[in-house]
Write a new protein. Structure first.
Ligand code: ADE
Length: 242
């Protein structure tokens, strides 16, 4: 997958996109990341990229010319005729795991990171295929949301996760939150690891984890729990005394 990012702050991406698993994915050739500094495409003699909003109001709006020129430059380097172009905005559709999975199937993705009061609407109308928000709060720009999305999308690319990191039974994917995890030592500062996890009985461990998943989801995310339909086995598990 080739990811193209239009931004006023390419340096913000260096740490998160150059470390850990995203770094490994890039080294393994599963994804490429390219940054396009919007200011460098400005034809204004002071390389201005924003201006006052028509009709008045507070703040500045990003002007169309530098973004459109950056976009055309990117498009000439992309396979396909209309690459998915994502604009990060609190006015967008809420990002979720299913969207990450769907976007992971694309060969090329373009991200447009906004700043100030946003981007001239004509740019959005012309090039944006998806307006996406990562949550109901307002950030200072689209860079952090783009990185959040890229991280979630990258790990859905086939081959990115090894078999033992498989995502099928992790939080959210199955519709439930994940069960609690423990590692050594068996006892830490007086707190013991639940006995069943030491039993070596795989079936018992599986049932305990499933029950915990259901309990944790009901407690922390009643909205998810409500949508989840219990299997016969799960109904039985919940009826059983602790
Ligand atoms: N830009 C500013 N806030 C945002 C948010 N919550 N999601 C996506 N883009 C944003």
């Amino acid at each position: 997958m080739n990811i193209h990012i239009m931004t006023l702050f390419p340096e913000m991406f260096e740490g998160p996109m150059g470390s850990s698993m995203i770094k490994r994915g890039r080294e393994d050739g599963l994804l490429t990341l390219e940054y396009y500094h919007i200011r460098e495409f400005s034809k204004n003699k002071h390389q201005k990229v924003d201006d006052y909003p028509y009709g008045g109001g507070s703040g500045m709006v990003m002007t169309p010319q530098p973004i459109m020129d950056a976009y055309r430059h990117i498009k000439s380097r992309c396979k396909g005729s209309k690459p998915r172009t994502i604009y990060l905005t609190p006015k967008g559709k809420l990002f979720h795991q299913g969207m990450a999975e769907e976007l992971a199937k694309e060969e090329e993705l373009i991200f447009l990171c906004g700043h100030y009061e946003g981007v001239d609407q004509r740019v959005i109308d012309e090039i944006v295929t998806d307006e996406v928000s990562i949550g109901d709060y307002v950030l200072t720009g689209g860079e952090l949301p783009a990185m959040v999305m890229i991280d979630a999308i990258a790990r859905m690319i086939p081959g990115f996760l090894s078999c033992d990191e498989a995502y099928e039974d992790e939080s959210i994917y199955s519709g439930l939150l994940e069960y609690p995890q423990y590692t050594r030592p068996r006892e830490f500062e007086g707190n013991k690891v639940p006995e069943v996890l030491l039993s070596g009985d795989h079936e018992k461990v599986r049932l305990w984890r499933r029950k915990k998943s259901l309990e944790v989801t009901a407690e922390k995310r009643p909205d998810l729990y409500e949508k989840y339909s219990l299997s016969k086995e799960e109904e039985k598990l919940l009826k059983k005394k602790k």
